[in-house]
Design a protein. Structure first.
Length: 275
């Protein structure tokens, strides 16, 4: 489904001297061309006329959603968003080391708080959102909830992002600033970890009634087949392999857990998705 213009009051957001985009808020990206055009959410948004390209060396005056940020985006960034929109860095997670962060970015560089990817490549993986998810999360948190949903309507799996993250997104959107978000995020993660550990204790208690479970695989509910039937899906498997083979990049995102934690968190997410 193509983007709809959700209407009033957004004309002022179109960039001066730029062709009006087919999305009501100004979105932009630095595209490093790492990803297959058929599998890349940023390129898809570009094809649909929802996002514009930035040059390397060009700074962005709105909110820059980037692993190079130091604090999470929050409702306190609303004014900056209104003055310039939001941008992302379209690149492969595997090649994030190669990004010349000093030549891109802007004055408002932000991380995203804990959220779970639902795109077919990184489904169920915390922190590692694709460009469309990252822009939608930023819009939602600063208060453009309808526009965030509108953007994700361009992806077959887009609704899942809100199915999985809505509770958290609403918590973040109701925060005052990034400190508040960090506090709420910490509390949320601690609660989730605790309920996961409790659940595991219960499962362990039950284990004696289930015979030998050695090597029994964990039931994983991250089947992407149902969501990978759109045109982007053909190359996604390759990209997924590329991504999972380069886990050493995980420390690139300040809040991202270590590889051990990553497994823990994926299990927690699975538990939550099954609940
Ligand atoms: C690394 S690219 C991967 C793009 C992917 N190939 C796609 O199809 O969209 C994702 C971009 O989204 C933003 N992003 C995603 N998760 C983020 C997070 N946790 N914190 C900050 N930025 C994030 C960053 O701009 C990042 O460079």
């Amino acid at each position: 489904m193509g983007p709809r213009n959700s209407g009033k009051g957004h004309d002022k957001h179109n960039f001066k001297g730029q062709k009006a985009l087919k999305f009501p808020l100004p979105l932009a990206m630095w595209d490093f061309g790492h990803c297959n055009p058929n599998a890349c959410s940023g390129k898809r948004l570009e094809r649909l006329g929802c996002i514009r390209n930035l040059r390397i060396g060009q700074k962005f005056k709105g909110v820059v959603v980037t692993p190079n940020g130091k604090s999470p985006v929050s409702p306190a960034d609303r004014e900056i968003f209104d003055n310039g929109g939001a941008s992302v860095v379209e690149c492969s997670w595997a090649k994030i080391d190669e990004i010349p962060f000093s030549r891109i970015g802007g004055r408002c560089e932000r991380l995203l708080p804990y959220l779970v990817a639902t795109n077919p490549i990184n489904y169920g993986r915390p922190w590692r959102l694709n460009c469309a998810e990252a822009l939608a999360a930023c819009m939602y948190i600063v208060g453009y909830k309808d526009e965030a949903r509108l953007l994700m309507e361009n992806f077959k799996w887009g609704h899942a992002f809100f199915d999985v993250n809505e509770e958290l997104l609403d918590i973040y959107a109701s925060c005052k600033d990034s400190d508040d978000i960090q506090q709420k995020q910490k509390q949320y993660l601690e609660d989730m970890e605790e309920s996961y550990r409790e659940q595991r204790t219960t499962d362990f208690g039950d284990i004696w009634t289930q015979g030998n479970l050695n090597h029994k695989p964990i039931a994983v509910s991250n089947d992407t087949s149902s969501s990978s039937s759109d045109s982007e899906s053909i190359e996604e498997t390759n990209l997924a392999e590329e991504t999972t083979n380069t886990r050493e990049d995980s420390e690139q995102i300040a809040n991202e857990p270590t590889e051990e934690d990553d497994d823990l968190w994926r299990n927690i997410v699975r538990m939550k998705l099954k609940a």
